[in-house]
Design a protein around this ligand. Structure first.
Ligand code: GLN
Length: 483
């Protein structure tokens, strides 16, 4: 039963082949058996899951239906869950039980989804390897000595290992797409404002966006449907109608204009990944797409701009963790300053502290214009590049990451080496555009992802292209050995 996709589960539940309670028990047992190898969960919510599963079965018995009714999922541990630990992967929030549900959590619960637990993640979503978690590193099910990517690495590893069919993630600079690529999943970062950020603990507010991680585009469509939509509680949520994403999956690719940016294929890209990306282009050409070389001339400035803007916003967002109101408080403070300093010094890990320092510096008087303002101007140039490109093409295609997964610990001594892994993903966050990563092959037994980007609110187009590709390829069906 653990091999079923979300779409297959929905059909199985509708056809009464099994109940949500049966399925939930199977998956909880599987998690108990296999997760010790992976460390993909921070908290399990067995009681809640069984209560929700029984309630979903009862709703179905009363004639209700719905693709998410009775479907097991898990949430990245930065979505607030009422009465349940919401740690953000940090010692700072190890003792924090959220007083309310995030909008995403509440919407999925209302649709009947069953929450199996909260998944491991990089501390405060800062990272691309899931090694900065207070709860320890997550292992990649394709090779337990390798990282699964981050920061939504727990969600990715759990879904890739078939512990559950799908999970939520968040993407500030690639944290849905990059772990999807490194674990052979399909992951979608929606348009900024498409999914509510209310109750999603903030890392960099102008970049953060929640989205689905699953094995197929078809499943991402189902999960996104349950997550997306206007939320008056989030002032950056956009009041646009939500299309039927599953209905968008049957479009022909005849004449679809695919842009491949020449800047994507420079030094730094593993040539074996470049070959796989070219193969995926050929596959889409067979389906009728027309390929064109394009240019994104300001791409080279994206990493420096992101690593000013994201830490700047993080330094502001994380100032609320002061030892007074939420989370960790140091022992026996001698005065208020000591309380602040030691609570933050002991509660935050090294990567979070590094970013708070960089961000506070970039925002300080005298440096604001030189760093933050400059980075914001670069952000606009990057957006303009995309707008110009989308006058000529319907989607942009390239690698999701320059390299496959790396060995645990390999980049720990050099944070900048890890930052460079974000080169293809962060531009979509800077511009607010939707992006998707899907499986495109393997290098040395490790998965490789191809990234698709589309204009604002064209999630349906991304999902359709990925679905057509997945109807004609089988990379996404490959299962890691032992799982
Ligand atoms: N790797 C990037 C960072 O560390 C992106 C993280 C994310 O998307 N949350 O900031």
């Amino acid at each position: 039963m653990h091999q079923l996709t979300l779409a297959e589960i929905a059909r199985g539940l509708a056809d009464k082949k099994f109940s949500s309670e049966e399925l939930t028990k199977v998956l909880l047992a599987r998690i108990a058996q296999l997760d010790p190898q992976l460390n993909s969960f921070i908290s399990l919510t067995e009681d809640l899951a069984l209560t929700q599963a029984k309630a979903a079965d009862a709703r179905r018995a009363n004639g209700e239906s719905g693709a998410l009714l009775g479907t097991p999922i898990a949430h990245k541990d930065l979505f607030c869950t009422q009465g349940i630990r919401t740690s953000c992967g940090s010692k700072m929030l190890d003792n924090f039980k959220a007083p309310y549900d995030a909008t995403v959590v509440a919407r999925l619960a209302a649709a009947g989804a069953v929450t199996l637990g909260k998944t491991n993640m990089d501390e405060f979503a800062m990272g691309s390897a899931n090694e900065s978690s207070y709860y320890g590193a997550v292992k990649n099910p394709w090779n337990l000595e390798y990282v699964p990517g981050g920061s939504s690495g727990g969600s990715a590893a759990a879904v890739a290992a078939r512990l559950l069919p799908a999970a939520t993630g968040t993407d500030t600079g690639g944290s849905i797409r990059q772990p999807a690529a490194l674990t052979n999943l399909t992951g979608l970062k929606p348009t900024y404002g498409r999914v509510s950020r209310w109750g999603m603990i903030a890392y960099a507010s102008s970049l953060d966006q929640g989205g689905p991680l699953a094995r197929t585009a078809e499943d991402c469509a189902i999960l996104l449907q349950g997550m997306a939509g206007f939320d008056p509680n989030d002032s950056t949520s956009i009041d646009e109608p939500v299309p039927d994403y599953s209905a968008s999956l049957n479009g022909s690719l005849q004449g679809l204009r695919i842009g491949v940016p020449k800047e994507y294929f420079g030094a730094g890209l593993d040539p074996r990944i470049a070959d796989l990306i070219h193969n995926s282009v050929k596959e889409l050409e067979k389906l009728g797409a027309v390929v064109k070389e394009i240019s994104l001339p300001n791409m080279q400035h994206a990493i420096p701009a992101y690593y000013v803007i994201a830490p700047a916003e993080a330094s502001s967002n994380l100032s609320r963790f002061d030892g007074v109101r939420f989370g960790y408080r140091c022992e026996n403070p001698v005065n208020l300053m000591d309380l602040y300093k030691r609570s933050r010094g002991e509660g935050f890990g090294p990567e979070v502290q590094r970013r708070i320092m960089v961000g506070a510096y970039a925002l300080s008087a005298g440096y604001y214009d030189a760093y933050y303002l400059k980075a914001q101007k670069i952000r606009r140039l990057i957006k303009n590049d995309f707008m110009a490109a989308f006058n000529e093409v319907d989607i942009i295609l390239g690698p999701t990451t320059p390299n496959p997964a790396w060995k645990l610990g390999a980049k720990n001594s050099d944070p900048v080496a890890a930052y460079l892994e974000d080169v293809y993903t962060i531009t979509a966050n800077l511009a607010g555009l939707p992006g998707l990563s899907m499986p495109a092959g393997f290098v040395d037994g490790l998965p490789v992802g191809v990234q698709l980007l589309a204009p604002y609110f064209q999630e349906g187009r991304l999902l359709n292209v990925a679905h057509q590709y997945q109807l004609h390829t089988d990379w996404h069906t490959r299962t890691p050995q032992g799982f």
